[in-house]
Design a protein around this ligand. Structure first.
Ligand code: FMN
Ligand code: SF4
Length: 401
């Protein structure tokens, strides 16, 4: 317990404990992509309940990188003042607020982005086939990331986190399965790494030592994809390039591999995902029978990235954060006491109980109440983030399956 609740620093950002809120899309973007008023309340609740640091839900650096219509867009200066107010509120609680910046790449729904783009034209299941980017577009994307880092510093965020996990654009560049390019942006590890290397080296020229963290998928779980062995090498390159911390996640193809669930949340998918919600009733019934057979629910459910993160930490000196199925205080104590990694981060436990850290600290609870139903993953695609606890409320029950 003592080690979890000791004060530490990530390149000057002070954390009062080692339990971080992992980036979680809040579904608070308005039609134009600016944050809605309620976003500040979400962060305030987390901050007043003693979370070690908050990583925001991903915001896109380019309009066309918007994965779902509820995602915020951070491609101009207009929202800086708004974010400044949010940062000031969170800072009152001595909790760092870290902005996660992203580009959805090949994983954008048609109602959110005009076109899916990726390093190569390799399909993701359930998304339209992406177009391979031309070199000038890669340069534009790098500039957009750099400008977003500059804006985040102006808005008084404590740091940024570059999202290079979960199959979104930057993790697709890192993955040998998704990146089949034969130019200087693909092929060798060095070439696939180039885009994240360029982002930090150009950002550093503008923001000095402003902390820049990164989240990676250490393994894809597919043949020909990212492996832990290569991710160790990439982590050393990230450190060398100047990243200040690495958060270790997994998965590039299937969201339910990255965010694991007890069983495929069929009802949530049919209620929230437009392409399924719009199907005729008979097709839904058929799909509802097929889906659990066709879509796997992956195991283990608990602490599934700890081993990969441990291997990475052995090879780098910058802080390592691990996410994925962390639910029990006892596990966190063990991870931290053994110095397996430096920080743990959780997503869903903070959705169901934004005050989970306070509960751990007071001894009121030793485990999250999250049941890993996965309904929140699909609910947030078109509504504000909330916990559904395995039930669809009547106002969104457009579909019975
Ligand atoms: C509703 C929801 C939204 C998420 N949004 C993001 C996001 O914006 N960026 C990101 O990197 N990960 C996102 N994640 C993944 C989490 O950061 C976390 O890595 C993952 O859920 C595993 O941790 P958990 O088992 O504690 O939930 C999201 C997860 C959920 C459930
Ligand atoms: S809806 Fe609630 S219980 Fe279900 S996975 Fe999300 S946070 Fe956990």
């Amino acid at each position: 317990m003592n080690q979890i609740f000791e004060r530490t620093s990530i390149s000057g950002i002070i954390l009062e404990n080692r339990i971080i809120r992992s980036a979680t899309l809040e579904g608070m973007g308005d039609d134009a992509g600016y944050p809605r008023d309620g976003l500040i309340t979400i962060y305030e609740r987390l901050a007043e309940n003693k979370v070690g640091a908050i990583i925001t839900g991903y915001v896109t650096v380019q309009r066309n990188g918007r994965t779902v219509p509820t995602m915020c867009i951070f491609d101009d200066d207009k929202s800086i003042d708004n974010y400044k107010k949010i940062c000031a509120k969170v800072r009152e609680h001595n909790v760092p607020l870290i902005l996660q910046i992203s580009h959805g790449g090949g994983q954008c729904f048609a109602d959110a982005a005009t076109e899916n783009v990726a390093p190569s034209s390799v399909s993701y299941p359930r998304y339209s086939k992406p177009r391979a980017l031309v070199e000038s577009e890669i340069e534009d994307i790098i500039s957009s990331f750099v400008q977003a880092v500059v804006r985040a510093q102006k808005a008084d965020f404590s740091a940024v986190q570059i999202h290079a996990a979960g199959g979104f654009l930057l993790s697709a560049f890192l993955s040998p399965h998704f990146n089949r390019r034969q130019d200087r942006w693909g092929g060798s590890t060095e070439n696939r790494f180039r885009i994240v290397g360029e982002i930090i080296s150009r950002a550093r020229q503008q923001v000095g030592d402003f902390p820049i963290l990164i989240k990676i998928s250490a393994y894809d779980g597919i043949r020909g994809g990212t492996t832990v062995e290569e991710s160790i090498q990439i982590s050393k390159m990230l450190q060398e390039a100047g990243y200040n911390a690495i958060e270790v996640a997994c998965g590039n193809v299937d969201m339910l591999y990255t965010i694991r669930v007890t069983k495929v949340p069929v009802k949530a998918i049919f209620s929230f995902v437009p392409q399924y919600a719009a199907m005729p009733a008979f097709q839904k019934k058929l799909m509802a029978l097929i889906m659990p057979l066709a879509v796997k629910s992956y195991r283990p459910l608990r602490n599934y990235n700890v081993e990969a993160a441990r291997k990475i930490k052995e090879q780098v000196t910058i802080p390592v954060i691990v996410t994925g199925g962390i639910r029990r205080l006892q596990d966190i104590e063990e991870i931290i006491a053994k110095n397996t990694v430096d920080y743990v981060s959780m997503g869903r436990p903070f959705i169901i109980e934004p005050n989970i850290v306070s509960k751990f600290l007071s001894g009121q609870q030793t485990e999250s109440r999250c049941i890993d139903c996965g309904y929140c993953i699909f609910g947030v695609t078109n509504a504000q983030l909330r916990c559904y606890y395995g039930r669809i409320p009547s106002q969104v029950r457009q579909v019975t399956v």
